[in-house]
Design a binder for this molecule. Structure first.
Ligand code: ADP
Length: 623
């Protein structure tokens, strides 16, 4: 070892990944070849673009290509590219640390997921390390395009790596793998050619194995649709999306005006973010005349479309535009607008064409659409058309569909949040809707109310949560409403008595309720909590509780308790008020707690249980 050799420890996360790769992954080892070839292709793309931005002097004549050498005597596999290369500092950062800022838990989850599907390793910027599945030792010799000194990195995948200067290198990177005893097959040219055919046929640079070019360099997105087979489309998706499965949707289109665009975009099947894997980086690459300008571009699509994979090529962009300049480029803004509109239109078309398939999309990626509605004002209204909810009349209902089915005189879209359809259908909030045959959307995710609140209205119809105190349902003639409400007038508590009962209940509950009022909306249930606050509905309160992680959040909206004068319990309570005040208070408190629970709001469970025992005891006495 020379003086300039340094030995460093891998960053803790890297060690974890190495540990996963070396000790837990036994399936689909082939993919490491793909990962290394992708890295080489990326390095070549970067060089090609860099040399357009800034003239490269050093090794300018060296052709852009990937060369693979197999030595089945020494059991080594060598992958060489003439790409951008790495400086010493870059080597240390790129092959010693991991860019992904995941928590410890993230890596544990990744380990579990990778055990089932090794390809996801590549999704998290840790592809290089997958080579340790097959190699007992890896050397990386590299020299940056700037012509500075070359270096060699070496590691056996244990805790450390070394870097030392290395003479006589050309521009680019050579990765030399000393194969493990059980991985000698990767020094066979047939194995390598097979893997390249399977995974890397779309690499846009020549791949030369043992002196022979094995791929046809092509830009699939610039070919015409009818020349491309299904297999090619799928293979390209796998290549570009680092995926092993088929895509869910594919959108291939080109436009001439207002911009010339060739785009090939895919919706994957899996949403890694919901698997708790942290935020994905955008998956669409920007090309200009088939030259990669911006990989994982953050500029050409809004953030909420980060689940898409694919390529966008626009000849109108200046070839030598730098990545920094993309952000402020007016053409890029225009491109982004056209692409976003097209994607929304595409999803709408797909939803109309095959609702069941759209359901799969919605269940997997709906969360991104909701994110778009709350974060991207520009597309808010267009995106709202893609929303789907369960409702009292269906299970994949769109807002336009709801509007179409609205009753005469109805100018509002109603929704109510709850844990499940069953819970909502049993609860008090939907009673009057059922009676009047008015559709109500069931928002089963806490985030939904936040989204609908944000949206405010759709196609001129207000969106209103059904737990609001000021709810006014239109009178309809189609429902099964009996005269004068659910109970005949004789069965209902007389107004005066009901008023006195309200005062009694308010007195018993004190500040916990804003007002106690006689309900005009309850049909069967004795009581319910409604929100007197304009914004902070019960479900919004639940969202806040869930997101703040604070069960006993001090913040709570003003609530009214509505009582149903036709309910026999309420009528009995009214009588009880005169005969047994203490017991009447217990019953009141219990009714309040029950209503809180039905609103999904927290109650003091200890108090509730002891009260409940008192009530049970009293009942047992009476029997
Ligand atoms: P990813 O490629 O997903 O970023 P990797 O672990 O495969 O993650 O590689 C880490 C980084 O190392 C790359 O982002 C790149 O900067 C650098 N790198 C890897 N291989 C090469 C190569 N052949 N030429 C230049 N840089 C490379």
């Amino acid at each position: 070892m020379t003086e300039q050799t340094i030995t460093r420890e891998f960053q803790a996360e890297t060690r974890k990944v190495l540990d996963i790769v070396i000790h837990s992954l036994y399936t689909e080892r082939d993919i490491f070849v793909r990962e290394l070839i992708s890295n080489s292709a990326d390095a070549l793309e970067k060089f090609r673009h860099q040399s357009l931005v800034e003239k490269a002097e050093f090794d300018a004549h060296v052709p852009l290509e990937i060369t693979i050498d197999c030595d089945d005597k020494r059991h080594t596999l060598t992958i060489t590219d003439t790409g951008i290369g790495m400086t010493r500092e870059e080597l240390e950062v790129n092959l010693g640390t991991i860019a992904h800022s995941g928590s410890g838990e993230f890596w544990t989850r990744l380990a579990e997921a990778a055990r089932k599907d090794v390809s996801i390793i590549g999704q998290f910027g840790v592809g290089f390390y997958s080579a340790f599945m097959a190699a007992k030792k890896i050397r990386v010799q590299t020299r940056s395009w700037d012509g500075g000194e070359g270096h060699e990195w070496e590691s056996d995948g244990g805790g450390t790596y070394t870097i030392r200067p290395c003479e006589g290198l050309h521009r680019g990177t050579k990765v030399i793998l000393e194969l493990k005893d059980d991985a000698h097959e990767y020094a066979s040219k047939f194995t390598i050619e097979r893997i390249i055919k399977q995974y890397s046929s779309f690499v846009p640079f020549p791949i030369i194995v043992e002196g022979k070019k094995v791929n046809t360099v092509q830009a699939i997105w610039s070919r015409s649709k009818n020349e491309i087979s299904e297999e090619e489309y799928t293979e390209f998706y796998k290549y570009i999306g680092n995926a092993v499965d088929d895509p869910l949707y594919r959108l291939h289109f080109s436009t001439d005006a207002p911009l010339s665009i060739n785009a090939l975009l895919y919706v994957p099947r899996e949403n890694f973010e919901v698997l708790g894997m942290g935020r994905m980086q955008p998956g669409v690459n920007l090309y200009c005349q088939k030259v990669l300008i911006d990989q994982h571009s953050e500029n050409i699509l809004p953030e909420w479309l980060r689940f898409l994979k694919g390529v966008v090529d626009s000849e109108d962009l200046p070839l030598n535009i730098s990545r920094q300049a993309l952000q402020d480029n007016a053409l890029v803004h225009k491109l982004r607008k056209v692409l976003t509109r097209r994607c929304i239109k595409f999803l709408n078309e797909q939803a109309a064409e095959d609702p069941e398939k759209y359901r799969t999309f919605w269940e997997t990626f709906g969360i991104f659409i909701k994110e778009g509605i709350t974060t991207d004002f520009e597309y808010r209204d267009d995106l709202a058309g893609l929303l789907r909810f369960a409702s009292s009349k269906g299970d994949l209902v769109s807002l336009p569909q709801y509007i179409e089915r609205m009753k005469e005189g109805q100018d509002t879209i109603y929704y109510i949040n709850g844990p499940s359809r069953e819970a909502l259908e049993m609860g008090p909030y939907v009673e009057l809707f059922r009676q009047r045959d008015i559709e109500i959307l069931f928002t089963l995710e806490p985030i939904d109310d936040f989204v609908l609140n944000h949206l405010g209205e759709f196609q001129g119809k207000k969106l209103v949560s059904a737990d609001r105190a000021d709810l006014k349902l239109p009178e309809t003639t189609t429902g099964q409403e009996k005269d004068g409400g659910a109970a005949g007038p004789g069965e209902s508590l007389p107004a005066e008595e009901a008023g006195a009962l309200c005062t009694f209940i308010k007195d018993a509950l004190g500040d916990r309720v804003n007002e106690v009022i006689i309900s005009t909306r309850l049909v069967d249930s004795p009581a319910m909590i409604v929100t007197a606050d304009g914004y902070l509905t019960s479900s919004m309160e639940r969202v806040l509780r869930a997101t703040s992680g604070d069960e006993h959040l001090a913040m709570s909206g003003k609530k009214n308790l509505e009582i149903n004068p036709a309910s026999s319990l309420i009528r009995k309570l009214s009588a009880l008020r005169d005969s047994d005040q203490d017991f009447a208070r217990d019953v009141t408190e219990q009714i309040y707690d029950n209503a809180m629970i039905q609103a999904g709001l927290p109650v003091d469970s200890q108090k509730m249980v002891s009260r409940n025992y008192r009530i049970l005891e009293r009942m047992a006495e009476e029997l």
